[in-house]
Design a protein around this ligand. Structure first.
Ligand code: NAD
Length: 256
């Protein structure tokens, strides 16, 4: 059980982050939800988790594109036994048309944020004598696809960061790993469908079947609950010697 542990999940008012926070709470952890907004709905998500699982749940606003806010998220939480770096955005365009501001935002949110949160969280883990860093990379952290240069660079980058954190904590009861999801039907994926329809001149169904799931041999989307379950496993004693590696949850994508 993760009872007594505090889990911070960046970018968790939706999609995979919210799914992971829910599975962590189900396993008994106190959770900190985060995004860059500060709405009643954001705080209500935390209240629902607290009510459903009987754990402590809070929502803390912090913009993961800003280094000081990444660090202050961890400081405000006050404790961090498990850090889930999940916040991420996507933009799809050929590299010669790729807007430079989108490149910068993707590198900041999908990669640099994890540098800042990890730097702030490791001293807390060391003080507590236990810790887990789980970075949400992607099948695109291990392979590439056209038109996603910034995302793929950031995701390969976070796999490298994961390995480095694992080596720097190797002699301590702290591990760092990356989960590499294949396609999960969340808002970030839903938003890509119109762009992909335009780029490929395809219908919604054709994009799902022939583009998104073309490299996912299971022909099924992975689920946010499966990402949460994998993250909970990485926090278990069975996973204590799993560090510096990636776990693919991708329906066979990276076996191709
Ligand atoms: P999503 O759009 O539902 O969730 C992204 C989360 O990040 C949201 O909670 C959003 O509020 C938050 N976020 C965005 N910008 C932020 C910022 N500046 N500061 C703080 N939070 C911010 O998408 P998702 O599919 O749940 O993606 C979550 C992670 O999983 C991302 O890192 C994504 O790259 C990764 N991933 C997703 C898939 C997939 O198929 N859905 C596959 C592989 C990897």
């Amino acid at each position: 059980s993760l009872s007594g542990k505090t889990v911070i999940v960046t970018g968790s008012n939706s999609g995979i982050g919210l799914g992971i926070a829910r599975e962590m709470a189900r396993a008994g952890a106190d959770v900190v939800l985060n995004s860059f907004t500060d709405s009643d709905e954001d705080h209500a998500l935390a209240e629902e988790i607290a009510k459903e699982f009987g754990t402590d749940a809070r929502y803390i606003k912090a913009d993961m594109s800003k280094g000081d806010e990444c660090r202050s998220l961890i400081e405000q939480a006050g404790r961090c036994d498990v850090l889930i770096n999940n916040a991420g955005i996507q933009h799809v365009a050929p590299i010669d048309e790729f807007p430079a501001d989108k490149w910068d935002a993707i590198i900041a949110i999908n990669l640099t944020s994890a540098f800042h949160t990890t730097a702030a969280a490791l001293p807390m883990m060391r003080k507590a004598g236990w810790g887990r860093v789980v970075n949400i990379a992607s099948a695109h952290g291990l392979t590439a696809s056209p038109y996603k240069s910034a995302y793929i660079a950031a995701k390969h980058g976070i796999v490298g960061l994961t390995k480095t954190v694992a080596l720097e904590t190797a002699r301590e009861p702290i591990t760092a790993n990356a989960i590499c999801p294949g396609y999960v039907l969340t808002p970030i994926v839903e938003k890509q469908i119109p762009d992909q329809m335009k780029t490929h001149g395809m219908s919604r169904e054709e994009v799902i079947e022939n583009v998104m799931l073309s490299r996912q041999p299971s022909k099924e989307f992975a689920t946010v609950e499966q990402m949460g379950g994998t993250a909970v496993f990485l926090c278990s004693d069975a996973a204590a010697q799993i560090t510096g590696t990636t776990i693919s949850v991708d329906g066979g994508w990276t076996a191709l």
